[in-house]
Write a protein that binds this ligand. Structure first.
Ligand code: FES
Ligand code: FES
Length: 160
């Protein structure tokens, strides 16, 4: 029988207390236990970025993070970022610029971009670098980079 641990952390601004299997990853805990299915799972081994969430403000692969590692942390998922309107401008730009097609990569892209935009005004090269760990099978990336760049400029008070 596997070991179980009590964990307590903040998720999207609300406290979460649970007892979890030591081997349970954070992506599965979010999706299967808490039913927060906005966090997507693609590769399940840290390659695609679909599962990215913010842990203490830094984007992290929830498929490579154990749920027990979230103990004591501030975790934000796409649901929280959406509900708190943290990325409403970014989501509008994604829609306006057709930066999503099937949408499978989109939550991870938005989470990664949210972290980047929170750090300042990234240039195009920096945006490409930051998103290089997020795979998209549909868009060809151009519209995604355009959307993030437009928000960076708009937040800095410049016209896109
Ligand atoms: S599902 Fe986590 S990186 Fe692909
Ligand atoms: S929109 Fe389909 S994988 Fe990115």
């Amino acid at each position: 029988m596997s070991e179980r641990h009590d964990i307590a952390f903040t998720l999207n601004g609300k406290p979460v207390n649970a007892t979890v299997d030591a081997r349970l990853n954070l992506a599965d805990f979010l999706r299967h236990t808490l039913r927060l299915t906005g966090t997507h799972v693609g590769c399940e081994h840290g390659v695609c970025g679909a599962c990215n969430v913010l842990i203490d403000g830094r984007s992290a692969r929830s498929c490579l993070t154990l749920a027990v590692q979230a103990d004591g942390a501030q975790v934000e998922t796409i649901e929280g970022l959406t509900e708190h309107k943290t990325i409403a401008d970014l989501q509008r730009e994604f829609v306006a610029r057709n930066a999503l097609q099937c949408g499978y990569c989109t939550p991870g892209m938005l989470v990664t971009a949210a972290e980047l935009l929170a750090r300042g005004k990234p240039g195009r090269h920096e945006i490409r670098e930051a998103l290089s760990g997020n795979f998209c099978r549909c868009t060809g990336y151009q519209a995604i980079v355009d959307a993030v760049e437009a928000v960076a400029l708009a937040r800095a008070g410049a016209k896109p």
